[in-house]
Write a protein that binds this ligand. Sequence first.
Ligand code: FES
Length: 323
Amino acid sequence: MSQIKLKVADIQQLTENIKSFELVSADSGHLPSWEAGSHIDIEIDGHMRRSYSLSNRPGDTERWVTAILREENGTGGSKFMHDNVAIGDELTIAEPPTNHFPLDEKADSHVLIGGGIGITPLLSMGYRLKDMGAECHLHYCTKSKEETAFYDEIVDVFGSAGVTFHHDGGDPSRGIKLDDVLGAQEDGQHLYLCGPGGLINAAREAASHWRDGTVHFELFASAKSEDEKAETTSGDQPFEVELKESGITFTVPADKSIIELLWANEVDVMYACEDGWCGNCKVGLISGKADHRDEFLDEADRENFIQVCVSRAMPGEKLVLDI
Ligand code: FES
């Protein structure tokens, strides 16, 4: 892993609960290049790592911009960034920007739907699509204009005819009409979704007739309710894990996750959400049938990978991991 030291060059209060952070290299050098849809994993308060998407023009190696929603009931990362980080502070990221949400640049046209803080990767995509001269339209869903982050920049990037703002006043039934927006897919058209789980699930449902491989999404939180999660974990059993590279074998107890046992065995893996949706803790799966509980991997990836923060083994199976 190659850590990168960043300095906070500017902070802007975009809405009541969203701040943007402009980050530059702490040693005044160039930052690594990056693509639209990328995120960085910021180390927070010495013991947490949180993923935040970049929103500015892709490939900008002078500055990165991200925006963060202060989540009152979150795990503390966003509150720390809002309440403790000031201009001039140094931040560390574990590695260069990673992209789990790339544009398909061969597509003929692009529809982007974002909700709330989900605008961040979509704005970087807008810059890229504008630079490519590609046909695109953004639908951005928020409660009100006051709660719309990057309003002027969005209009500037997408053009006033290239964006539709949907303000629902807090009542989703007054918001975007997904069946109208997604009812007919044009040839070569791709869809990108980012935002709360409810919006993404509803949009994926409305686009269920779109061609395979044309609907792309990135979650900013789990789309599962606490009840759904509790139902999945009831009746968990211990299982064996072998680490092919290091030769370590251990038993994962019923009340622990694979990642907790990896930490206990001093095996370092990337992580952020610890909730199965961010994709950071993806590890190669060499053999054994996994009980996949994440919201990140698609069916094809599940043959060869596992998210070790939430997924387990099917009953009686031993998992062999590629670490
Ligand atoms: S840490 Fe986010 S999916 Fe595992």
